[in-house]
Write a protein that binds this ligand. Structure first.
Ligand code: SAM
Length: 239
């Protein structure tokens, strides 16, 4: 079973996307407790209002809910049925109850809610493979793909498809910690050399890079163990 189909990782991501600061990082490590990564990446887009946004590898939907505030429609795709089922519960009920791990078998039950001011009818969540998107997927104003490319068996296949998804002047936000692991990506598909150079090389024919920064994200595994990552977040405009 894929790691993204387990109850454990579902709870980890529900807390990452919808948990309180205290639940996400209760150790008072300054700005780490305030990280809201799914909102940070969604905030890279311009302030314009747009028609159609695509969120690739949306997980439990945190970014999609934020993206819907400035888009008439959002399509959000993830390979994990468990994640999409949870995103659809949040879409329908605007809240969800689940258990997350404190230590060993000691669990805490919590209820999370979606961000305020979201019209959930604008969002469609679907199980799908970003490496086999339907041919009809084109004409998007925005594409968002956070912490996805280094979880794919063939990242270049997605990079090569991004241009055809967007309208001219459409915006792309790509976030990645370049955390290459053979578990997800065979070594012959890893970048040779610097990953940021590799990414720019693959996107620069079809896109202009407008901004790029390093953004911290945290994922709580249990009460005393946290993943800390630094994602390269970049905003691109389709030529
Ligand atoms: C590291 S998580 C990041 C999730 C979310 N974007 C975030 O920033 O929290 C990677 C996500 O990509 C999804 N994923 C992996 N391979 C995929 C594929 N081929 N098609 C669609 N989603 C995929 C996983 O199920 C998981 O939800």
């Amino acid at each position: 079973m894929s790691v993204y189909e387990t109850d454990k990782i579902l709870a980890d991501y529900l807390l990452m996307h919808f948990g309180t600061h205290e639940q996400r990082m209760p150790w008072g490590l300054g700005r780490l407790s305030a990280i809201d990564f799914p909102n940070v990446t969604a905030s890279y887009f311009s302030n314009n209002r747009v028609d159609l946004t695509l969120d690739l590898g949306c997980s439990v939907g945190g970014s999609a809910f934020h993206l819907s505030k400035s888009s008439k429609k959002v399509i959000a795709i993830d390979l994990s049925k468990k994640f999409i089922d949870a995103a659809n519960v949040l879409k329908e009920k605007e809240k969800m109850t689940f258990e997350y791990q404190e230590e060993g078998e000691v669990m805490t039950t919590t209820e999370v809610t979606i961000p305020n001011g979201v019209d959930t009818s604008k969002i469609s969540f679907a199980v799908g493979d970003v490496l086999n998107l339907p041919d009809g997927f084109k004409g998007f104003d925005r594409v968002h793909a956070a912490n996805l490319i280094c979880r794919l068996p063939d990242p270049v296949k997605l990079l090569d498809r991004l241009g055809s998804l967007l309208k001219k002047d459409g915006e792309l936000v790509l976030a990645t910690p370049f955390s290459w692991l053979e578990e997800y990506t065979p070594k012959d598909k890893w970048p040779q050399g610097d990953s940021w150079d590799w990414l720019q090389k693959h996107l620069s024919d079809e896109f202009v890079c407008l901004e790029h920064n390093d953004e911290i994200f945290t994922i709580r595994e249990h009460a005393r163990k946290f993943q800390l990552g630094v994602s390269k977040v970049s905003l691109w405009r389709k030529k």
